[in-house]
Design a protein around this ligand. Structure first.
Ligand SMILES: Nc1nc2c(ncn2[C@@H]2O[C@H](COP(=O)(O)OP(=O)(O)OP(=O)(O)O)[C@@H](O)[C@H]2O)c(=O)[nH]1
Ligand SMILES: [Mg+2]
Length: 360
């Protein structure tokens, strides 16, 4: 699969959408930038649509990736005009999630997210049919679009029921686990920041770590014991964040992300080796997502990871001002720097919470 991408001119957007495209299985033939991506009719200007048609014809792309959310009519118009498949940012993220989903729960969550993606688009189609073809059939029953719309709704109800089942068994399991431990500690952070690598180090696990985006979609929980083996906390690794994550995707993964809402301590992992602008954007985006999940900022311990890649190899280059107010640990999950400090901080910061009751 070969794609031409339309995105915003800033470096961060350009780089991120290319990584997403590759994670979705595409090779990138060209990147076209535009200050404003969502415009009526095509999502891009008419002139741009023409230019894109020329471009995909010449470079042999079979797909046009648009780094924004398009309505179904925008996507259809653009596809008709360029003669290639049009994939918007949401669709691309959903495709990646679908590729990565391995467990039953993750698969159900992705299916639910896909229905949520399709529903407003089906609604669009209903609106068209009301204006157009359906006029002549008034009173003659349902159109194909109505039927599709209702089928989507029905499938959604079924999926929600199945997910509720998975959710309640997860809650039960969690309660059991918490009986034998003092606290729940959860990893959070941008995709590819190194959460699973840190988790594997701390819990002596071997879960898949990879430079590809969204490697982890399902929560794994393990017990770790503190200094002198006196205390046990549960440590959870979970799905990563990305900027402009569609809200319904967060909602579909609610049971997975709930781990963060109820955690006593959230380890927010930042890839500190990236350019300061990227670090700042990703940090802000993580804070937003944690806010949406109603995580108390007071429960956050920042983990500035990948310090081995920083100049001087000591983590000196990490911009401090950005993180004011948060307790911070610097680590290299691959080289092992700061792992002892991280473990100590985890047990230190969960100490007072020992008395807390887990009646949820
Ligand atoms: N140099 C360096 N690379 C690291 C470090 N920690 C993780 N990595 C690499 O970064 C990539 C992503 O690591 P993961 O642990 O899979 O990241 P994640 O946050 O779990 O990502 P998702 O599950 O996709 O959200 C892998 O290629 C790791 O080997 C580190 O401290 N230093
Ligand atoms: Mg992971």
């Amino acid at each position: 699969m070969k794609a031409t991408i339309v995105t915003y001119p800033d470096e961060f957007a350009k780089q991120e959408i290319q990584e997403l495209a590759r994670a979705g299985g595409y090779s990138v033939a060209a990147v076209v930038t535009q200050r404003q991506v969502v415009k009526s009719e095509f999502g891009v200007g008419v002139g741009k649509a023409e230019e894109l048609f020329q471009m995909v014809t010449e470079n042999g792309s079979d797909t046009l990736i648009v780094d924004e959310s398009l309505t179904s009519s925008q996507a259809n118009n653009l596809a008709k005009h360029t003669h290639v498949e049009v994939v918007d940012r949401e669709r691309l993220i959903l495709n990646i999630f679908a590729l990565r989903a391995k467990t039953t729960e993750a698969k159900l969550q992705v299916q639910l997210a896909e229905l949520r993606y399709e529903l407003p688009r089906a609604r669009d189609a209903v609106r068209y049919s009301v204006r157009g073809e359906r006029a002549g059939f008034s009173g003659m029953g349902e159109t194909a679009v109505d039927i599709k719309f209702r089928a989507l709704k029905r499938r959604m109800v079924t999926l929600r029921q199945k997910l509720a089942g998975a959710e309640s068994s997860r809650t039960l399991q969690r309660k059991e686990r918490l009986k034998t431990s003092d606290a729940l500690v959860s990893f959070a952070g941008y995709t590819s920041s190194g959460k699973t690598t840190l988790f594997n180090r701390l819990a002596s696990e071997a879960k898949e770590e990879s430079p590809a985006l969204f490697t982890t979609l399902t929560t794994t929980t393990r017990a770790i014991t503190g200094p002198g083996s006196k205390r046990r906390v549960m440590l959870s690794d979970t799905v990563g964040f990305i900027s402009r994550l569609p809200t319904y995707l967060i909602e579909s993964f609610k049971s997975t992300l709930e781990e963060l809402t109820i955690a006593d301590l959230v380890l927010l992992v930042i890839d500190a080796s990236e350019k300061p602008e990227s670090v700042a954007i990703k940090f802000a985006s993580c804070k937003d997502t944690l806010g949406e999940l109603a995580v108390d900022p007071k429960k956050v311990l920042l983990v500035l990871n990948k310090v081995d890649l920083l100049p001087g190899r000591t983590g000196e280059g990490v911009p401090d001002g950005l993180y004011e107010g948060f307790p911070t640990v610097r680590t290299s999950a691959t080289r092992g720097d700061g792992m002892r400090q991280l473990r100590n901080r985890i047990f230190e910061l969960t100490q007072d919470r020992k008395a807390r009751a887990y009646h949820r």
